[in-house]
Design a protein. Structure first.
Ligand code: GLC
Length: 371
């Protein structure tokens, strides 16, 4: 709805005779979006001019010649307003190939009421503390005959699992920079991360279908219905949890994850070969402008990609603002390795196999540490 309103407003402001912008929706799952884009852009007949791209795909899309550099299409200095971290993924070989739209960070959502009920006064700061609190709150609910999950997160075999794994890896001593150098995960921290994540399933803290079915929305719906003590998710969940009619409205603490937060986020890019490249770049500039980003932050909980948009935000509409700032300090980027998509797929398949029990944590760590 927010996007439709934005586009409607933009179309009303277009000069007489200009073609109106049409909005097209893609499936929510980012891997399905990647398949859609690859098919459409690979065929050379993509039915769109401007596309919303996950930051981790930009290098690959650019290498395939699918993106139109924006430098000549935007007013000089446009890039300067964006936060350098968000811009890093969009600036390739001195060319700007996309404009950052929102910056994603892994956050911890905690059920304040349940934690206060077991004597905790604040969200946990370590993974061990999180597990203990989840276990205690779960036991209390069980004693009252209520089923309750401890921790929900994203563990299907897809990109989201790479993000969740990397957070555990970094929280347990792993260095993402070392992954870039070796093109593989460090064995010790990878093993610890696998043991921790598998432990969540084996101890019954995470639902049995975690590794087969849980992505962002599945975990959010479970947590929002009141079914879990903790959830790992991106900032977008905050606005939905606090929406009118949400069963957990007013009952959630948002904090930085224990240890590390994966940096994610989406960009707007113009398709190479688009006959309307200038109009598409103008639209990208509008959608990433300071007032629009502030509006999306307040309405959707999105974390802006430009520093000047923060000035307009107040924690009144965005109670998770402080958590975002803290999470940004401990943000880790996914490793910039050549052929990232294939690297990530090998990684999340190995992690998923350990979660499902078809590989032992040792075997999984061995596989992850092989370049
Ligand atoms: C979020 C992040 C994105 C990440 C995806 C994984 O959309 O912004 O960077 O790849 O989640 O599911």
């Amino acid at each position: 709805v927010a996007f439709k309103e934005l586009i409607d407003a933009y179309n009303r402001g277009l000069p007489e005779g200009a073609a109106p912008v049409e909005l097209r929706a893609l499936p929510a799952d980012s891997d399905l979006q990647l398949q859609n884009y690859s098919a459409a852009l690979g065929s050379g007949r993509a039915p769109f001019d401007l596309l919303r791209v996950d930051g981790i795909w930009l290098a690959d899309f650019d290498a395939k010649g699918w993106l139109q550099p924006l430098d000549a299409l935007l007013p000089a200095g446009t890039a300067k307003s964006f936060s350098p971290r968000a811009l890093a993924a969009a600036r390739l070989q001195q060319r700007l190939v996309a404009l950052p739209w929102n910056v994603d960070l892994g956050l911890l959502y905690s059920r304040k009421d349940l934690l206060l009920g077991v004597g905790a006064k604040a969200p946990p700061r370590t993974l061990a503390e999180m597990k203990d609190l989840a276990r205690t709150a779960q036991a209390k609910a069980r004693a009252q005959g209520r089923p309750l999950a401890g921790v929900v997160w994203q563990a299907k075999a897809y990109e989201g699992l790479t993000c969740n794994f990397m957070e555990a890896y970094a929280a347990l001593g792993g260095s993402p920079a070392a992954v870039e150098r070796a093109q593989a995960w460090e064995r010790g921290p990878a093993l610890k991360a696998l043991q921790h994540l598998r432990g969540l399933l084996q101890d019954g803290l995470s639902p049995a279908n975690t590794a087969t079915e849980l992505a962002e929305e599945e975990s959010r719906l479970l947590f929002q219905s009141g079914g879990a003590v903790f959830m790992r998710n991106w900032p977008y969940a905050a606005a939905l949890l606090e929406a009118e009619g949400s069963p957990v409205k007013g009952k959630v603490w948002v904090s930085a994850l224990p240890g590390a937060s994966t940096l994610g986020g989406w960009h707007l890019a113009v398709r190479a070969g688009s006959p309307r490249a200038q109009a598409a770049a103008d639209l990208a500039a509008y959608l990433t402008s300071q007032p629009v980003q502030a509006q999306l932050a307040q309405r959707l909980g999105w974390n802006p990609s430009r520093d000047d948009a923060y000035a307009r935000l107040s924690s009144e509409g965005m109670p998770h603002l402080a958590a975002l700032r803290r999470a940004l300090k401990q943000a880790v980027s996914r490793p910039r390795v050549a052929g990232y998509a294939a690297f990530s797929e090998r990684s999340y398949q190995a992690v998923n196999a350990v979660l499902l029990g078809s590989l032992s944590p040792d075997e999984g760590a061995e596989r992850l540490s092989r370049p």
